[in-house]
Design a protein around this ligand. Sequence first.
Ligand code: HEC
Length: 409
Amino acid sequence: MEAYLQDFLNMLLRWLHVIAAIAWIGESIYFVMLDNSLRPPKAAEDQRKGIFGELWAVHGGGFYHNQKYATSPDKLPDDLHWSFWKAYTTWLSGFALFITLYLANPEFYLIDPSADWAWAASMSGWQANVVALLFLLAGWVVYNELCKRLSPNMERDGLLSVAVAVMMVLVAYLSTQIFAGRAAFLLTGAVMATAMSANVFFWIIPGQRRMVKAMKAGAAPDPLDGKRGKQRSVHNTYFTLPVVLLMLSNHYSFMYSHEHAWLIMTLFIFAGALIRQFFVLMHAGSIKPAYPAAGAVLILLNVWIAAPSVSNAPAAGEDAASAPANEGASLERIHEIIDARCVQCHAQAPEHPAFTAAPSGMAFDTGEQIVNQIAQIKQVVASGYMPLGNITQMTDEEREEIAAWEKEK
Ligand code: HEC
């Protein structure tokens, strides 16, 4: 019952998280599009008022006329529309999800017992939780310091972009060395998503508040506040596509269970940013297919890199015949492997204290259950997705044995 209620809570949080993220990212994409689509105002009156650009749009059966002021408008209305709750809700619900899933079960979601770095492989559950939280925090601190030190007056934003890109490669690399694959992808996405929300919380909104306050007092707003808000929004724009993919990566073990997962992750991050760049330029009136083409090349490279290494078919000839995997592979042998590696979780009444029922409704207590579900079993062990966090230390040979046996069926 407790596990069921936990699952239910998880589902509600996920629902909220996805909706908030859609609303936030949708709005962010809309405003970037709006900003880049502005054209000089046609009416002389508007030019006199100091209007810098405008966009006419038709949507939902009505006509819209957006105008952006070059400097501050003469008078600000009291009912100014602000955008921040969507950003905060997305981060808070995402963090809550991270707690209920990853921090609640660090042994099989965070820790990689086969990590190259011995200290990472031997972390205890609570140590892994602390390291994961520090990782998130450090991501924001380093990113924020880079922005403050490299381009404090927004005059070296190009250099800053390169530094942030290098930082993301490092985050991708370190996360995959320290944590289990899925957690590494999720945490790298969370580093970017945290920077996005923190940009809104610590810089964009406070800057806008200072601007509004100055204008209401009849003073000129500090132009740095406006420029900094823009600098951070631009970073957020290029983070959106990669973040969404990293959040979804959970469902695709070929992405995160590869030994060069950091490279796969890096290529996807750059592919997302390149594709985003195409849309940014397109709204500004310039069509540059080279960007999505470059993104597609990186994705194709990943198709090749991420291809599963545990073969679906044993090699023809000698190798296959002499492979110990095939010798006398019998249901008993497969049952033995699954008993040792899976059944503490995947049983009608699991021994593992985290479960009160078989995860995903999949129990492997009997030979019949194994035979009926062998296709899925093979799929998840070949990709390395199961056993979760390889907590039961399944070997590559055992994975091969299951793959070979499934093929015979
Ligand atoms: C530590 C507990 C644990 C162990 C050990 C474990 N699993 Fe799982 N398994 C889970 C959980 C939890 C899920 C639910 C999905 C998730 O959280 O990723 C799952 C889901 C699955 C699924 C469904 C996947 C899907 O896409 O819905 C299959 C199939 C599976 N496990 C097979 C196995 C096999 C085969 C083994 C042994 C080689 C194994 N599991 C070992 C916990 C475990």
